[in-house]
Design a protein around this ligand. Structure first.
Ligand SMILES: Cc1cc2nc3c(=O)[nH]c(=O)nc-3n(C[C@H](O)[C@H](O)[C@H](O)COP(=O)(O)OP(=O)(O)OC[C@H]3O[C@@H](n4cnc5c(N)ncnc54)[C@H](O)[C@@H]3O)c2cc1C
Length: 524
């Protein structure tokens, strides 16, 4: 992916009279080709903004009662809970979307830099704070393991190189052809992409805690750090270069602002609108049919739904060439998540905004989740306390939290109806023992989501939280292409297409869309 294009940002940051006139022309044009976007996750909303900016009339269809998908917002009892993403990286991707509409992201959303980015707490009571400032971070590394400092510096240099190739150069390549893959193969080999990120970290530093700190990031996009390609080492550099941020009001503030951008382009986001079928003429998409029978014609259809689900369920009668049921059965799906949202009537001011808690059996836990697919009675957790930074997310004097535990997806056969409450209680007792003493009697609101929610609410195959697992042979050309291999005029954005999960990944998938979708004029 190219870095933010300064000229583009500057020229589009303020809407000029000419641009305004151009956008009015779009609105009053007699025939604008119609694009339907299925789903209002970050990828779908970014796609809608890009299509709107290109002159399409756009309708986003979302089955839930609000936008965001994995970034949906639960509001209850005066608390605001972002259901998913909380760590905002690569803010320039948002600047770019806003600039396409002649606006400035900063006018709608206030991002505050996090420093430290997060705290990693280990089961032996030690911790690492990951600082934005490089020198301070080096001091932290030296505090943990002075002999690893040189290896840490080397890892950072490698991460910067992986970022340059993996993010700046490849993030925006459509990978629709095997030739795209062949072109990048030498770089991939040179950067050791066949190795796991953990093994690359381990070859640079000896301290197990530092190895964790340099390699855990794929867990945030559904990857197993012991298996995922070391290309994901770019995240360390991405964080260092652009920072880690919090959106005041919550990530949902970004989502809502994107919906407003789409509406400002004269386009629509409809809720409670579930697509049951992508209608076809031969092998060409002609629109969609909703659960209530309504038919909506379209010149292009963009799916932001889970690819496995969409191919299995929304194209009845189509003989699929590549993504057959048999092939989709052989795909490795990412892990799922157990997430407990709760609010307390008091504050725990010594708890940081982001804490990652690493259990004693971390490596076996990852095996349990990804390979053995069993629910472990031991866990590593991510604890989110947004009220540490942003008082608006909880009533005065209160704290908002979520605690997230990676768990196997539904192929595990775990009966979540039965297991959810005992699992929640085990997590609560664990937090009570160390991080949040006595908090259980302070809880005033509580909501649990399990892999069943990923399947039943978000229509994700096997309840996977991040679509296809990001292993090398399911990345780039091997992933479902953004330009559908099955149906003409069907495009895919979001987690289970290229480049992959995570907010920067799915927004980048909409950037790829921009390169492959026909110009609206060509269809008018
Ligand atoms: C708990 C959690 C924490 C995370 N934390 C971070 C983080 O801190 N930072 C980060 O960068 N990433 C994070 N991620 C990952 C990130 O949130 C996701 O990868 C990203 O938001 C997914 O976006 P998407 O475009 O794939 O769409 P999704 O969010 O998957 O949305 C797809 C939408 O399509 C709708 N839909 C599906 N089928 C249909 C249909 N047939 N008709 C109509 N609508 C349909 C769904 O209802 C849904 O709203 C996190 C994810 C989770 C779950």
């Amino acid at each position: 992916m190219p870095p933010p294009d300064k000229r583009l940002l500057d020229s589009r940051a303020m809407s000029s009279p000419t641009q305004e006139a151009a956008s009015v022309t779009h609105r009053s044009a007699p025939r604008r080709p119609h694009a339907v976007v299925i789903g209002s996750g970050f990828g779908g909303l970014a796609a809608a903004i890009r299509l709107g900016a290109r002159g399409y009339r756009v309708t986003v269809l979302e089955r839930l009662d609000g936008p965001g998908g994995r970034a949906y917002v639960h509001r209850r009892d005066g608390f605001t809970f972002d259901s998913g993403p909380t760590i905002v990286t690569a803010p320039f991707l948002f600047d770019e979307l806003w600039s396409l509409c002649g606006r400035r992201f900063a006018d709608d959303v206030q991002l505050v830099p996090m420093d430290p980015f997060y705290r990693i707490r280990f089961h032996d009571g030690s911790h690492i704070d990951c600082y934005a400032d490089s020198e301070r971070m080096r001091q932290e590394v030296a505090r943990i393991s002075p002999t690893d400092l040189a290896g840490y510096d080397r890892f950072n240099r490698l991460s910067a190189e992986i970022y340059r190739v993996g993010f700046e150069e490849l993030g925006h390549v459509p990978f629709s052809s095997i030739m795209d893959m062949a072109k990048v193969a030498p770089d991939m080999v040179r950067l050791g992409s066949h190795r796991s990120i953990y093994s690359v970290a381990a070859s640079h530093v000896r301290d197990e805690r530092l190895r964790f700190a340099l390699s855990f990031h794929p867990l945030f996009v559904g990857g197993n750090p012991f298996k995922v390609t070391s290309i994901y080492g770019l995240i360390t550099h991405l964080e260092r270069k652009f920072g880690v941020h919090w959106a005041m009001g919550g990530t949902g503030r970004i989502v809502d602002s994107m919906v407003r951008l789409i509406e400002g382009q004269g386009n629509a986001v409809r809720f409670g609108a579930e697509v049951r079928e992508i209608t076809l003429q031969g092998r060409r998409a002609t629109g969609v049919k909703l659960a209530d029978g309504e038919q909506i014609p379209a010149d292009v259809v963009v799916s932001n739904g889970d690819t496995a689900w969409v191919y299995r369920n929304l194209l009845p009668g189509l003989a699929r060439r590549r993504w057959t049921d048999r092939k989709l059965d052989r795909v490795r799906y990412s892990m799922s998540l157990f997430v407990w949202y709760f609010g307390t009537r008091r504050r725990y001011d010594d708890v940081p905004h982001h804490t990652i808690m690493v259990g004693p059996r971390y490596r076996q836990l990852v095996e349990d989740i990804f390979r053995r697919k069993v629910l472990s009675d031991n866990f590593s957790l991510y604890l989110h306390r947004p009220s540490a930074t942003d008082p608006s997310v909880a009533p005065p004097g209160c704290d908002a939290y979520y605690v997230l535990s990676p768990v196997p997806h539904l192929e595990s056969g775990v009966d979540w109806e039965e297991r959810a409450e005992p699992y929640r209680k085990a997590v609560a007792d664990f937090l009570d023992e160390g991080t949040l003493p006595g908090f259980q009697s302070e809880i005033v609101t509580s909501l649990v989501t399990t892999p069943r929610d990923f399947q039943d609410r978000l229509l994700s195959h096997h309840g996977a939280a991040f679509g296809f697992e990001p292993v090398l042979l399911q990345s780039a050309w091997f992933r479902p292409h953004n330009l559908s291999e099955e149906v003409e005029r069907l495009y895919l954005v979001g987690s289970s297409t290229h480049p992959g999960a995570g907010v920067p990944g799915v927004i980048s998938s909409a950037r790829v869309l921009d390169r492959i979708v026909p110009h609206a004029d060509a269809l008018a």
